[in-house]
Design a protein around this ligand. Structure first.
Ligand SMILES: Nc1ncnc2c1ncn2[C@@H]1O[C@H](COP(=O)(O)OP(=O)(O)O)[C@@H](O)[C@H]1O
Ligand SMILES: [Mg+2]
Length: 264
């Protein structure tokens, strides 16, 4: 994809998929927060829901109901611009359909074509992927130049993440690193170092397990907008800065905000 970009002389767009082996590890949470953080840093970012069978990125961003979706584009029944929505933050969103009927005649094979149509417009496209090694997930990885692998700190999730890393390597997609999500520091958990040793890629961010994350989703707002001062928001901003290659000094948490957090 990168090479085609150069041949066609399009402005450079980074295409980054957010992938995992296991479901429910936090891909959509990472996509929405990363997208929102990139917007705050002044980047023109777009998020695309490529989880065709279980689209839910729109829920995380407070736009659950929309007349036209990626599914219509994949079926050639709508133009991309009709399926692109702008979140309050300025983040552009291409959601998927929630309807089972829309799964008919929708093939993930065309994801790369859709992505090619967007290339040259935003600076960064983040693709929220389906979990696993099925067609949906692999087509998304193949359509990306770079990928972020999300895992939780347990052996089944990390083992599956390793398989996803292998798929990305075979596809020639550059693995930026791992986001270790729902970390609680328990003795039963794998440490970030153990995860790095197993997957052989760096852990870019450790995101703690915290009930504010599901709360922010129920408020249909990424946590970085819902609780900008929270240390989880700082971790997402640091991750975004790292990926965008900019310097960012996370704010020190005040004693008052630490106490507030202790009391939920
Ligand atoms: N850091 C976290 N702490 C607590 N709950 C989380 C965290 N990250 C995600 N979750 C919860 O886990 C569930 C799955 O998250 P989601 O982002 O939808 O995962 P995926 O896209 O990988 O299926 C959601 O209910 C979400 O609220
Ligand atoms: Mg998801």
């Amino acid at each position: 994809m990168l090479e085609l970009n150069v041949i066609l002389d399009l402005p450079m767009t980074r295409i980054i998929s957010v992938s995992s082996g296991k479901g429910g590890v936090g891909k959509t949470t990472v996509t929405s927060n990363l997208g929102s953080a990139l917007i705050d840093f002044g980047f023109d970012a777009l998020v695309l829901d490529a989880n065709i069978t279980n689209a839910n990125l729109g829920f995380h961003l407070g736009i659950p109901l929309y007349p036209t979706t990626l599914h219509d584009v994949l079926k050639d029944e709508a133009h991309l611009t009709e399926a692109t929505y702008i979140h309050n933050s300025g983040l552009r969103v291409i959601p998927g359909s929630l309807s089972i009927d829309d799964l008919k005649d929708t093939s993930p094979s065309n994801i790369a074509d859709v992505v090619m149509d967007i290339v040259g417009d935003p600076e960064i496209i983040l693709i929220d992927s389906a979990a696993g090694l099925g067609n949906e997930a692999t087509k998304t990885i193949e359509a990306s130049d770079e990928t972020i692998i999300v895992t939780t700190p347990d052996l089944p999730s990390v083992t599956d993440a390793l398989k996803t890393a292998n798929v990305a390597e075979k596809a020639g997609t550059h693995i930026l690193g791992i986001v270790l999500n729902k970390h609680s520091g328990g003795k039963h958990e794998l440490s970030p170092e153990e995860v790095e040793d197993m997957i052989e890629h760096p852990v870019l961010a450790v995101i703690p397990q915290n009930k504010l994350v599901p709360r922010s989703i129920s408020e249909k707002t990424p946590i970085i907008d819902f609780r900008p001062e929270h240390h989880i928001s700082e971790r997402f901003r640091s991750l975004a800065a790292d990926i965008a290659g900019i310097d960012y000094e996370p704010k020190k948490q005040s004693i008052f905000s630490k106490i507030r957090e202790m009391f939920g």
